[in-house]
Design a protein around this ligand. Structure first.
Ligand code: FES
Ligand code: FES
Length: 174
């Protein structure tokens, strides 16, 4: 049986055009990682259940393991590699690092992508709204509390407030 032919398409990823040849049955996750070398987006279950592959398409979080790459052509794809602001980190990235909200870090790119989309729509989300937004992003390390708090602190900083993690959140209750 003959191999299917690759298709050649140009994707817009993080504001840059990427011309890529790929097999038409490949998912966006596979093409990002294997053809574009954008390995910040992680593969986990590849079944739509863990959220670690979350990217944004036209500003909306999607599970890139469930999207055919051909369906992302002509759309604006954003991955964790596109989050930094110039030479500085995005406030979410900064706070996740300060607070230890990322441990093994495997879930972090997906969490950041989902949280970033939330904060774009809602600059002052409640804890419940943050929980709902991240309900599809599984984390086996952090227990979630630091993740939720990091999103709250990043939101406050993005509103211009001087929010800092409490000592208790960094070092734990004494
Ligand atoms: S790898 Fe896509 S949801 Fe798990
Ligand atoms: S930090 Fe390890 S899975 Fe979330």
């Amino acid at each position: 049986m003959s191999e299917p032919n690759k298709v050649l398409e140009t994707f817009s990823v993080n504001g840059e055009p990427h011309e890529v040849a790929f097999l038409p049955h490949k998912t966006l996750l596979e093409v990002l990682r294997e053809e574009m070398g954008l390995t910040g987006t992680k593969h986990g279950c590849e079944l739509g259940e863990c959220g670690t592959c979350t990217v944004q398409i036209d500003g909306t979080p999607v599970l890139s393991c469930l999207v055919l790459a051909v369906d992302a052509v002509g759309k604006d794809v954003r991955t964790v590699e596109g989050m930094a602001c110039g030479s500085g980190l995005h406030p979410l990235q900064d706070v996740f690092a300060d607070l230890g909200a990322a441990q093994c870090g495997y879930c972090t790119p997906g969490v950041l992508m989902a949280a970033d989309a939330l904060l774009r729509d809602n600059n002052s989300p409640t804890r419940e709204e943050i929980k709902q937004c991240l309900a599809g992003n599984l984390c086996r390390c952090t227990g979630y509390l630091k993740i939720f708090e990091a999103v709250e602190i990043a939101a406050a900083r993005m509103r211009g407030e001087d929010a800092q993690p409490s000592e208790e959140s960094i070092y734990g209750a004494r």
